[in-house]
Design a protein around this ligand. Structure first.
Ligand code: C2E
Ligand code: CA
Ligand code: CA
Length: 509
């Protein structure tokens, strides 16, 4: 089941934004419908302006060239494709002489129907054709030159196309033509039934010349179209958000699965716990103390420190880890015999800055006689002055320090001198030479000789055999830590181990 969960999560992260998008669509659709109406009005405004501009140029240049006699020049002008444009369906002249001609040839009765006397006397004007045989009325622009009349029947197919564009039968457009001294004429475009709907809505505007009022109506059909649009956008946005969330989810997951992420999660879950390894005094067989060794408890898995400690140090995670470990050690101290100490490993950063001091101060300086610290000489201390100051301050509070892995690293003797440390831990590397002809054997003897002479307290670690323990005892190294007596154990295992130890060595209690 476990590996399937991320897939479920991933699927949910993908599907949920899509569902939310679809559920929210009805709320957004009204707004979308208003937006689409607004957009349509803007489209119509722009198209009207563009058309008027084109007509202005065509009409005035044509007018200046007419002879007003329906002769060859006038006919050529009426049929000139430059003027006979997409916006002009038909154009013609009505002369004072009663003669008429048009781009179709002879004057057409449609225009005769225009009552000349009713036309306003202004030079330029707009009027409309009469609706016949159920045809639509059309806009007619005219100009008077003396008693002659030039007219242009405007092509309005652009408005039909525009009104149906992208959403068919969703808009109803009404041009209201205002004539001076005449009743307005209506030019309907689109689905007229929209105007009679109950919940319809509209927007009106006037053209530049304030002669034509245009009103765009929308209703149910646009709302439905808007809902479909919002659902469509919602689907794409949902898919995009779903993909984004999935990308973030898998990135975070892979980050958390990376060692750093895993360690951080481990810290959040307080998975770092101490194991205790006994230190035995071979003179009395008394268990004098323990070294607290870090273990990473991940579910049923127990991870030893060498797999992550260097990386944790590199990533500065060792500081919160030690803090977690120290707090548990402080909690565990009352469960151990009062004369037994516990030694905690620290890194240089703890004492190059007042980190350990702050940590102990935050815990109200617990048990200075029972809590000791090990500082390895395997890794160099960069700021020896700061380290000396911190160690001195902590020593003044009663805490003790041991120099771990003595002889294996950087500045063993120098550290002892400047840091004022009085305890050393002899590394397993040297202990292993006991009973062998290894050259390092002489180093072990030298270390022991140095320790005895300078009055250092010595702990030998990694002692695995009785032979090694006996040799060290003979050499005056009595404090032994190693598998020969006990491996690092959890607190519960340690309680059982202590009981058995006391049965074996009753005098040690
Ligand atoms: P160390 O401080 O030198 O710890 C002694 C290591 O030797 C421990 O390994 C212990 O389990 C192992 N050991 C003890 N007796 C024997 C023995 O007789 N035979 C063998 N083969 N091994 C023995 P562990 O627990 O795996 O720790 C390894 C290292 O991880 C430690 O070496 C120490 O450098 C580091 N470490 C452990 N806990 C902490 C911690 O809390 N903080 C820091 N900074 N480092 C830690
Ligand atoms: Ca140690
Ligand atoms: Ca060591």
């Amino acid at each position: 089941m476990q590996p399937i969960r991320p897939l479920w999560n991933s699927l949910l992260l993908f599907i949920v934004p899509i569902i939310i998008g679809q559920l929210l669509a009805p709320w957004q659709s009204t707004q979308m419908a208003y937006h689409l109406l607004q957009q349509k009005v803007t489209e119509i405004k722009m198209a009207t302006e563009e058309r008027n501009h084109e007509l202005d140029i065509a009409l005035s240049s044509q007018l200046a060239k007419f002879d007003f006699n329906c002769g060859a020049n006038d006919m050529a002008l009426l049929r000139d494709p430059r003027f006979y444009s997409t916006h002009i369906r038909l154009q013609g002249l009505e002369l004072a002489s009663g003669k008429s001609c048009s781009s179709l040839g002879l004057g057409i009765p449609l225009i005769h129907e225009l009552n000349h006397d009713e036309l306003p006397a202004s030079k330029y004007g707009l009027t409309a054709t009469t609706a016949r045989f159920n045809t639509e009325q059309e806009v007619v622009a005219y100009a008077r030159v003396g008693d002659n009349l030039a007219y242009w029947v405007l092509d309005n197919s652009w408005s039909h196309q525009l009104i149906q564009h992208s959403c068919t039968n969703c808009f109803y457009l009404e041009f209201t033509q205002r004539h001076q001294g005449m009743a307005p004429t209506l030019f309907p475009r689109g689905d007229r039934s929209i105007k009679t709907e109950n919940s319809n809505y509209s927007q009106s505007f006037l053209d530049q010349r304030q002669l034509i009022k245009q009103t765009v109506w929308a209703g149910k059909a646009l709302k439905e179209y808007a809902l479909q649009q919002v659902k469509r956008y919602g689907l794409w946005i949902g898919i995009a958000v779903g993909c984004l969330l999935n990308a973030i989810y898998w990135l975070l997951r892979s980050y958390r699965r990376s060692l750093k992420g895993l360690l951080q999660t481990g810290l959040e879950h307080r998975e770092f716990i101490p194991f205790y390894q006994p230190v035995v005094d071979t003179r009395s067989h008394q268990v004098v103390g323990f070294e607290a060794l870090l273990r990473w408890q991940r579910g049923s898995e127990l991870i030893p420190p060498n797999t992550f400690i260097d990386y944790a140090e590199e990533q500065q995670l060792i500081l919160p880890m030690t803090e977690q470990l120290l707090q548990q050690v402080i909690n565990d101290l009352p469960l151990l015999a009062p004369e037994q100490w516990v030694s905690v490993n620290v890194v240089a950063a703890h004492i190059e800055q007042p980190l350990l001091r702050t940590l102990l101060s935050d815990c109200h300086h617990p048990a200075p006689t029972r809590l000791t610290f090990e500082l390895t000489e395997r890794k160099p201390i960069l700021d020896i002055q700061a380290a000396t100051r911190e160690i001195t301050l902590l020593q003044q509070l009663g805490y003790h320090f041991k120099l771990d892995d003595f002889g294996t690293g950087y500045g063993g003797f120098a550290y002892l001198q400047s840091l004022g440390i009085r305890q050393i831990k002899i590394d397993k590397m040297f202990v292993d030479t006991i009973g062998t002809h290894d050259l390092k054997r002489s180093v072990l003897d030298a270390i022991i000789a140095f320790g005895r002479k300078s009055g250092m307290e010595m702990i030998a670690e990694g002692v695995e055999t009785q032979e090694q323990a006996d040799y060290l005892h003979q050499q005056g190294v009595y404090l032994i830590q190693g598998y020969v007596f006990g491996k690092p154990m959890s607190l519960t295992e340690l309680a059982d181990w202590q009981q058995e130890w006391q049965l074996q060595y009753p005098q040690s209690a």
